[in-house]
Design a protein around this ligand. Structure first.
Ligand code: RIB
Length: 301
């Protein structure tokens, strides 16, 4: 009935990555490794991660008419992502400047470029893509008004998954559409407008009070916490123990896997447990999209 298990509406960036012994303090210069360039962006990462797992995924995004845009389109198509919704031109492709330290932690600065030109009109013009999708997923590297248009115009019965990253306060109608809202601790604090208790359980309850139908809080190596507003269930989901090489894009792989499995009908805790294994696999290799596992690789863990 649906052409796509997952439609991702979001960013596509060229990731310019440098390995460093430690990230510089303000005013400081450090030397790093050779520069490497990879396809990235939270939207493109999600659509590719889902496709690698076996989902039929599509990407609605905007890239520049330039070499970075072609790099992104090529990587999406090679993974089997439907790119009919990728618009080209209007500004240079988005860029992410990424430093990765020996512990695998990263710092990222994004120049949105063409991502900032993905408009509410572009969403309204893509009605056929939305009508063909079982689940729609978005992040915040595109304008908030564009994400708001997605939430407002979703066809009935289509599930909406939002990872508000980088975080911003969210309008009520966006919050009400989320099923789930997927946040880490930092994103939870921004959406809540401050802290709300000491534990992830407290944050989840406070977030649910803002309107989402469900909430998933990612806890890094500690896994995730899921909270379903319909059933009142709050549960912890563990993550496998792994040696982290590079955490870049692991959250995107988690959210893509979660969205895909929810669309297949899994319960929130079951889908999050699978997503935690996908995210754990993604941190064991360098880069974002290059690190994403196939379904066989996830089951082998
Ligand atoms: O979440 C990781 C992504 O964030 C990177 O691929 C980079 O492009 C930034 O958008």
């Amino acid at each position: 009935m649906y052409d796509y298990d997952l439609l991702v509406v979001g960013s596509a960036n060229a990731d310019l990555v440098i390995g460093v012994e430690r990230r510089p303090a303000p005013g400081e210069t450090v030397l790093g490794s050779d520069l490497s360039v990879h396809p990235g962006g939270k939207g493109a990462n999600q659509s590719l991660a889902a496709a690698r797992l076996g989902a039929r995924s599509a990407l609605l995004a905007r890239v520049g008419d330039d070499a970075h845009g072609r790099l992104l389109l090529d990587s999406q198509r090679a993974a089997g992502v439907d790119t009919t919704g990728v618009l080209v031109g209007g500004a240079p492709t988005g860029i992410a400047l990424i430093t990765v330290d020996p512990s695998g932690d990263n710092s990222i600065v994004v120049s949105p470029g063409a991502n900032a030109r993905l408009t509410p009109d572009d969403i309204r013009a893509a009605g056929a893509l939305f009508a063909a999708a079982r689940v729609v997923s978005a992040q915040l590297e595109i304008p908030l008004e564009t994400v708001t248009e997605v939430a407002r115009t979703l066809p009935a019965g289509v599930r909406f998954v939002l990872n508000p990253s980088p975080p911003a306060p969210l309008p009520d109608d966006v919050l009400a559409a989320c099923d789930p809202l997927v946040v880490n601790e930092h994103e939870a604090a921004v959406v809540l407008g401050g802290t709300a208790g000491d534990s992830p359980e407290d944050w989840a309850r406070a977030l649910l009070a803002l309107g989402p139908r469900s909430v998933v809080i990612t806890l890094g190596a500690a896994g995730a916490l899921v909270a379903d507003g319909r059933t009142g269930t709050v549960a912890r989901v563990p993550s496998p123990r792994v040696e982290a090489v590079d955490t870049t894009g692991a959250g995107d792989a988690f959210t893509a896997a979660l969205a895909w499995r929810l669309g297949l009908g899994e319960e929130l805790a079951e889908a999050a447990a699978f997503a935690a294994r996908v995210g754990a696999a993604a941190v064991t290799k360098a880069g974002a999209q290059e690190s994403y596992p196939t379904a066989d690789e996830v089951s082998a863990r």
